[in-house]
Design a protein around this ligand. Structure first.
Ligand SMILES: Cc1cc2nc3c(=O)[nH]c(=O)nc-3n(C[C@H](O)[C@H](O)[C@H](O)COP(=O)(O)O)c2cc1C
Length: 333
């Protein structure tokens, strides 16, 4: 179990916010795979504050995924506080602030990882949000702006003094983007300096890495991003390994269960037309490492209905020697 402010989370695993990926169907999938805490993609505080319908749709949630953390980005304290109130009133259990995005468009507005080099702004922003909402407040930071300095500890201490309840650390600098290796020693340094939970993130590629990160840094939780795309079962495997159990070999059925679940949830929550368009590339996530996967990737480009998608999946299963009968009920169970 992990506690973030007043919210108790079943276990110490967290799905990283991934823009364009961690929508509601994806969150339900990882939740079903054992993930303790899910987080929305980053949501524009400006969009919420000024009532953009498209932005509001990103707050949609489902009781099964609870507790859910809503991540917002922005730099204006008043707008961020207003957006936080809206997110809380729409059902967010935890409010997370993005201190990590390094996309130029976001940086230009002083948001995301630009906040790592502006402690004054960071403090003003977090104080304003803390005053405005009573749900737990968290931040997700990088190690700093560039290699000249490590601002993670400074920002973490400021955050704690502003009443932030937990900190996720992705230890790469903003200028580094996703290059190089995440420097886990920075997670350890933050953990030593604050008394609130620290969630480690960066380059967890398999369950063993999650255990290694916990042992090396003393972090309270582990956050997985890219490794969960197409392999959501990484969460249940981290939990098994943490309990001292041996992880069995991955079998093909895991891939298909996840794929069908994701397809069904996408159709349910975003509508058949839009979901099918997305599935034309996204179902490819789930077949990495499977035989004849390039043929499958080619065939999913034809998906135009829910039934065509299922048909293509079942045919592929048959072609690699799996009996689709086991999966004939939607949801793969
Ligand atoms: C496609 C993509 C989208 C991302 N979107 C967000 C986001 O919306 N908010 C955020 O804080 N971090 C975002 N990140 C960063 C991840 O949350 C995470 O910190 C990073 O991928 C490192 O973790 P990993 O090595 O487990 O993937 C994104 C990363 C990727 C690859």
């Amino acid at each position: 179990m992990m506690k973030i402010g007043s919210v108790t989370i079943d276990n110490h695993t967290v799905m990283a916010p991934l823009a364009g990926i961690t929508n509601l169907p994806f969150r339900l999938l990882v939740k079903k795979s054992g993930c303790g805490l899910v987080c929305t993609e980053m949501i524009s505080a400006h969009g919420l504050f000024y009532d953009s319908r498209k932005t509001f749709k990103m707050l949609e949630s489902d009781p099964f995924e609870k507790p859910v953390s809503v991540q917002i980005f922005g730099s204006d304290p008043e707008i961020m506080a207003g957006a936080a109130v809206i997110a809380a009133s729409c059902g967010a259990d935890i409010l997370d602030v993005n201190f990590g995005c390094s996309v130029r468009k976001i940086l230009k507005t002083g948001s995301g990882s630009a906040l790592m080099k502006n402690p004054g702004q960071a403090s003003a922003l977090l104080s304003a949000i803390r005053k405005a909402i009573s749900i737990p407040l968290t931040i997700k930071i990088r190690s700093g702006w560039d290699a000249s300095g490590n601002q993670a500890v400074e920002i973490a201490k400021i955050a704690e003094s502003c009443g932030v309840d937990a900190i996720a650390v992705h230890p790469r600098t903003a200028t580094q983007g996703f290059r190089g290796k995440a420097d886990w020693s920075i997670i350890e340094a933050v953990k030593k300096e604050v008394n609130i939970p620290v969630i480690g993130n960066g380059d967890i590629e398999n369950p063993e890495d999650a255990l290694k990160m916990t042992a090396m840094t003393g972090c309270d939780g582990v956050m997985v991003g890219r490794a969960a795309i197409g392999k959501p079962w990484i969460f249940s495997r981290i939990l098994s390994l943490s309990r001292g159990e041996v992880c069995e070999q991955e079998d093909f059925s895991l891939h298909f269960k996840a794929m069908i679940r994701y397809l069904d949830a996408s159709v349910k929550y975003i509508g058949e037309v839009h979901a099918c368009r997305m599935m034309r590339s996204r179902l490819g996530w789930f077949v990495k490492g499977l035989p004849c996967s390039s043929r499958f990737r080619e065939s999913i480009k034809r998906i135009d209905t829910h039934d065509t998608a299922l048909d293509i999946i079942y045919r592929y299963m048959e072609s690699i020697g799996i009996d689709p009968e086991h999966f004939s009920q939607r949801g793969g169970e």
